[in-house]
Design a protein around this ligand. Sequence first.
Ligand code: SAH
Length: 191
Amino acid sequence: MDRHLAPSEMRDALAADVRAGLTSTPKTLPPKWFYDARGSELFSAITDLPEYYLTRRERAILEAHATDIAQQCMADTLIELGSGTSEKTRLLLRALQATGTLRRYVPFDVDATVLTTASAEVAEEFPEITVHAVVGDFERHLPLLPAGGRRLVAVLGSTIGNLSPIQRASFLHVLAQVSHPATACCWAPIS
Ligand code: SAH
């Protein structure tokens, strides 16, 4: 596991965001701070609520199209930004495995706890691939993503909706810069 965020750095960044956000009008706090061990657990529970249709819809789309996506991109590396529990990701992983191309999964998340558990579970289901987890902030650490391979980048669960339009533009710009030409992207809808 690569760790680009030391706990002390997280604390300093949180303090800076709280100071800036809670002294501004309107008051704001970046959603990335919702996701510690308890926050990720709560998010997971929210996705089970009948009102939260996004997860069910997204799963249905992946169930219908994961095979097409895998056959179109023939990726050997699946990178997932804001990977959380990596639950729906398994549909993409299974489809890529069925095409015979899958070699590596790179889950990337700001929450080391959820990442550790999810990586172990994926490694158990897919013992023949490398699981290379990365703890980082995708607003700062995209250039440090493991290089190489034919890559598919997935951003599931409306994670991109956590970013403001300006942050989103910058995220996409940096992602385009760090993407090798042989990189495909798979986006979830913005809620
Ligand atoms: N993709 C998963 C989780 C979605 S919730 C799913 O579909 O279920 C959003 C996830 O993005 C959380 O796990 C959170 O920790 C992570 N996240 C939010 N902001 C982030 C940031 N700036 N950098 C890295 N991960 C982030």
